[in-house]
Design a protein around this ligand. Structure first.
Ligand SMILES: [Zn+2]
Length: 237
């Protein structure tokens, strides 16, 4: 157990996650001004892969956040900025709505998005912040070029899952069917269910949920129906 509230100012402790140890230190002697700095190591256990700042409101979520970050941390960490691109992070995150409106970027290069109850923002320099509607903030400075867009998206998903409203744990989306295509363009002949000239039709659609559930269906209607069924079952259970 990580008892951050009981930690004395200036004191350090080591917290063992399932993916390596995290060094934790409390700063600020004045009550209400205190905060925690936590260093999450890369999988090799040597260099720091993330520096986390936690305010008291975030203490109850600290273990889940540090565990998740340690799980997402790359194998090694150099001293460069992450190679992740904020726009790609937004596209790869599972905890997100559809991307129909594109990915708006701020002038500082950051990209933000939200799910019910929580919002995330990723910066090009590795800063990642997830805030709840109640004002709880889980943030980290991700360090090292091995943080690619997939790894940063996974970290954002962890924090969004911790802080989101219950209904956001199951946000589904379905992929647009690729439609008419030339079989030769895909390196094979035939395979489509309908023909038009030398083209085939691919109406298949994949349904995905923010919880990780996914399924492939013959049509988008089927994918939408199964996604709705998944949400209904998830709410009941
Ligand atoms: Zn789900």
């Amino acid at each position: 157990m990580l008892r951050l509230a009981e930690l004395a100012p200036g004191a350090r402790t080591v917290y063992a996650t399932g993916h390596g140890t995290v060094t934790v230190r409390k700063y600020g002697a004045v009550t209400g001004r205190e905060f925690i700095r936590a260093a999450v190591r890369a999988q090799d256990g040597r260099s720091r892969a993330a520096l986390v700042t936690l305010r008291p409101a975030a203490y109850p979520y600290a273990e889940a956040w540090l565990d998740g970050l340690a799980r997402c941390a790359p194998a090694t960490a150099d001293h460069r900025d992450p190679s992740a691109a904020p726009g790609s992070v937004r596209l790869l995150a599972k905890m997100t709505r559809t991307h129909a409106n594109g990915v708006p970027r701020q002038s500082d290069g950051s990209v933000g998005w939200s799910v019910p109850g929580a919002s995330a923002r990723a910066w090009p320099n590795g800063r990642l912040t997830v805030s709840s509607a109640e004002g709880v903030e889980l943030s980290a400075r991700l360090e090292g070029s091995e943080w690619d867009s997939w790894a940063v998206a996974a970290a954002a998903d962890v924090a969004l899952r911790i802080l989101c409203a219950p209904e956001a744990r199951h946000i589904t989306r379905t992929s647009e069917p690729s439609g008419w295509y030339r079989p030769l363009d895909r390196g094979h002949v035939g395979g489509g269910r309908e023909r038009k000239g030398n083209q085939s039709y691919d109406g298949s659609s994949t349904a995905r949920c923010s919880c990780g559930w996914r399924g492939a269906y013959q049509s988008r209607d089927a994918a939408l129906a199964m996604a709705a069924e998944h949400r209904r079952k998830s709410v009941e259970s």
